[in-house]
Design a protein around this ligand. Structure first.
Ligand code: TAP
Length: 492
């Protein structure tokens, strides 16, 4: 049964929305706007203003103006604002769950259990953590009185993709704000609603005008933000293709940058793994958020001796997965995010087939009754040679590619044969082996007997084609937004 919308969510998702600059809802100077769709129905929800370099300039100026006052507050004073924001986000959790599910097509049971509560917990984590950071660290030197002093950078720019708009927003901007920076955000123009709702609450709880600014726009607005000369730190989450461009721009401007990019996670399953538990988690890996997850397991590597048994168990679970509209509480997997992305996923799978992939479970265009215009696709499983495009590149849909291996060395070689380095997992009851393999898989994250492991305090990071610059969700993330400065006085 479809959840009926709360009054607040209903009103919000059907109201035309604007940029948020210097505390004001601001239209585009050009008057440009774009429609926002509900991927479950294909219907238009509302419209949002589309910004350009002009709005980016205004937003950066507003953030610059707000910086002196915000940065001079003590960490405890900023934490009061952030806890008030967390209170408001918790109070409006039901609205946020519906807004995020509607806009992204996420199964509401997942938004309710993961996206919104986990995002809100991020605000409290960094609000508490910043109060315990040493802002002055003395150095024990002969004849010099010296300390490292930590200060915020200034205006920080953030560009986000469409797959986890709410969590990625909070994981990235909250440490920057807690540290005393002000921010300009460019969300994906197809999923900006939870970002704008968060902004509305931030304003209601009194976060000063100009501390958080949002410019909605496409890649050109993102480019204007990353090139702006007043940006002191840049953070980009998205594809390696765009990430490299941002990295180049920031390199030219000597602006420190954090790049959180794509992934093609491997799950290496040995013969002594708990096959029932593994099958359940692997099926979930490609159905959770309809497989649109950067770090999820999409290259499944099964030991020869358990290949058939594990495939049978996983297939049975996948075939029982209920595909449906985001707001249906029975739905386990929603639609893909947009028509354009739906077409991209089909084309990618077709390319894989043309390159000789064996189709174990064929993807199908599915149309739940009453939702014939939504962007639904069933799960699929492919197998074959490791150089297939579906094994090497992100499909970003409900699909996995399966490989066989004979021994530990072959498994590690297969895992490390591609350029991505975000997250992999190893499945075995032999914890010595699991830890040994975990260490040899080249990526920011190696998980044991689980995939997609997140907790605040647990650094989530990337290497190689998956990104650079410190990652998210840990004390290091907060320190990334504090500029260290040496202060020294000779005593002699
Ligand atoms: P992208 O196409 O790279 O877009 C990401 C953001 O960059 C969007 O807001 C986009 O605007 C903007 N953009 C596009 N061109 C730009 C330019 N030249 N300069 C500045 N900004 C520009 O990625 P996507 O398709 O939205 O997201 C999927 C990708 O994100 C996948 O590769 C996925 O793995 C990755 N991802 C990584 C992580 C982490 S934590 N590593 C998390 C989630 C997703 P538009 O809205 O106009 O496209």
């Amino acid at each position: 049964m479809l959840a009926s919308l709360t009054e607040t969510a209903d009103r919000f998702v059907h109201t035309p929305l604007l940029h948020h600059i210097g505390g004001k809802s601001t239209p585009s100077q050009s008057g440009d706007a774009i429609e926002v769709f509900d991927p479950s129905t294909g219907a238009v929800l509302t419209s949002v203003a589309m910004g350009s370099a002009q709005e980016v300039n205004l937003a950066v100026a507003a953030a610059e103006a707000a910086f002196p006052r915000w940065s001079r507050l003590s960490p405890a004073e900023r934490a009061v604002f952030l806890h008030r924001l967390a209170d408001a986000l918790d109070k409006h959790a039901a609205d946020l769950v519906q807004i995020e599910s509607l806009n992204v097509g996420k199964a509401i049971v997942n938004t309710e259990s993961f996206d919104i509560p986990f995002g809100n917990a991020c605000v409290r984590y960094f609000a508490d953590l910043v109060q315990h950071v040493a802002m002055d660290i003395p150095h024990a030197l002969a004849n010099i009185e010296a300390r490292t002093h930590r200060v915020p950078y200034g205006v920080c720019g953030f560009i986000f993709p469409w797959n986890f708009p709410y969590d990625l927003l909070l994981w990235n901007i909250i440490p920057a704000l807690a540290a005393g920076n002000t921010v300009v955000i460019k969300p994906s123009e197809i999923t900006p609603l939870s970002t704008l709702f968060m902004m509305k609450l931030a304003q209601e709880v009194g976060i000063p005008d100009g501390v958080i600014n949002i410019v909605i726009g496409d890649g050109s607005a993102g480019q204007a933000l990353s090139e702006h000369p007043s940006i002191k730190r840049m953070s980009f989450t998205g594809s390696p293709r765009v990430g490299k461009m941002i990295g180049k721009t920031c390199g030219e401007n000597l602006v420190p940058v954090k790049l959180e990019l794509g992934g093609k996670g491997a799950a290496v399953v040995f013969d002594d793994a708990d096959l029932d538990a593994t099958a359940a988690q692997l099926a979930n890996a490609i159905t959770f958020n309809t497989g649109q997850v950067c770090c999820t397991a999409t290259r499944w590597m099964f030991h020869d001796s358990i290949y058939d048994a594990l495939l049978e168990k996983t297939t049975a679970i996948l075939n029982g997965t209920r595909l449906g509209p985001a707001l249906d509480r029975e739905t386990q997997m929603g639609p893909l995010v947009s028509k354009a992305h739906y077409d991209r996923v089909w084309q990618h799978l077709e390319k894989g087939k043309a390159q000789g992939a064996q189709i174990i479970l064929e993807p199908k265009a599915a149309k739940p009754a009453g939702f014939e215009h939504g962007y639904y696709m069933t799960h699929s499983l492919l197998a074959g040679a490791p150089d297939n495009v579906c094994c090497r590149e992100e499909v970003f849909g409900p699909s996995a590619y399966i490989l066989r291996f004979k021994d530990e060395a072959e498994a590690i070689r297969l895992v490390n044969s591609i350029s991505y380095g975000l997250a992999n997992s190893v499945w075995s009851r032999d914890l010595a082996r699991a830890n040994r393999v975990a260490e040899q898989m080249v990526a920011g994250n190696s998980w044991i007997n689980a995939h997609n492991v997140f907790a605040y305090g647990l650094p989530y990071r990337a290497v190689n084609l998956s990104g650079l610059g410190g990652g998210v969700n840990s004390p290091e993330t907060l320190l990334d937004y504090l500029r260290p400065q040496t202060i020294a006085r000779p005593l002699a």
